[in-house]
Design a binder for this molecule. Structure first.
Ligand SMILES: O=C(O)CCC(=O)C(=O)O
Length: 260
């Protein structure tokens, strides 16, 4: 049976978690009414890239955002790949992707592994040290955050470890949207998995963001793509397609890692 995916290609109010929570509530209601099994949100949706104030507005131990997403997921009976949020711990602040299943259980908290120096992340955030794997609907999946997609070896590790669907949550600037599209397509084709990527729209004081959220099949077809407007991007995916593609061109059997 197909699974309906919804991507909340939303704008984010700069440095205003309360306002952004209202936005997220709106998109969860919309996705639930549209019959989506999963909804996906963008990177740093609570705060935006308000890094100079991040210490004030980050969420202590991701507690508040996790409770918020968990409550929404169980009330609307929908799995939430809850974008990422700034989480404050005793060691510093990290950029964490939170996943809540439809019963409200938090099944993953993944910290962005690769920090993006061009947007000063290394001055404000701590990098992660763990993988992005989780299970939803009895299927192994994984989450990545924005700049992570420039590291094919990180994606590959997750595919080798069993991920059939890889989510990407981002705030990807419009000026490099051709990189975004090309990298996502390549990651889907080379790993023969679904790639479901959510990018924000709108702007902040330093960047304009490019939308073009995408749902890409394991064969590399774009099943759905957003524009640069706020919208719910939806498509139904058939998880069996992963095995079909991997049977047709068996790259995971044909790899020769002893030479790489
Ligand atoms: O790699 C890029 O061009 C964009 C990355 C980015 O914006 C981020 O990681 O936040």
């Amino acid at each position: 049976m197909g699974k309906k995916i919804g991507i909340a290609q939303m704008d984010i109010t700069f440095g205003n978690p309360a306002d952004n929570k209202k936005r997220v509530q709106h998109w969860v209601k919309k996705a639930s009414a549209a019959g989506c099994h999963i909804i996906v949100f963008p990177e740093l949706w609570t705060t935006g890239y308000d890094l100079t104030r991040i210490d004030e507005i980050a969420d202590e131990e991701a507690r508040d955002s996790s409770a918020f997403l968990s409550d929404l997921a169980s009330r609307h009976s929908i799995h939430i790949v809850g974008g990422s949020i700034a989480s404050k711990t005793k060691d510093g602040i990290s950029n964490d992707l939170i996943v809540a299943d439809k019963n409200g259980e938090i099944v993953k908290q993944y910290t962005k592994l690769h920090l993006f120096k061009l947007m000063d992340e290394h001055h404000y955030l701590l990098p992660g040290e763990e993988d992005g794997l989780f299970t939803l609907m009895d299927t192994k999946m994984a989450g990545m955050i924005c700049y992570d997609i420039r590291f094919p070896e990180w994606f590959r590790k997750h595919a080798i470890d069993g991920a059939k669907v890889i989510f990407v949550v981002a705030q990807w600037p419009a000026e490099r949207i051709s990189h975004w599209r090309t990298l996502l397509l390549a990651r889907a084709i080379e790993n023969q998995c679904f790639v479901i990527a959510c990018n924000r729209i709108g702007s902040d004081p330093k960047n304009e963001f490019g939308g073009s959220s995408m749902i890409i099949s394991p064969w590399g077809e774009i099943i759905a793509e957003g524009t640069r407007e706020e919208e719910l991007v939806t498509a139904e995916i058939d998880l069996n397609e992963v095995e079909e593609v991997r049977k047709k061109i068996p790259i995971f059997q044909d790899r020769r890692p002893e030479f790489y």
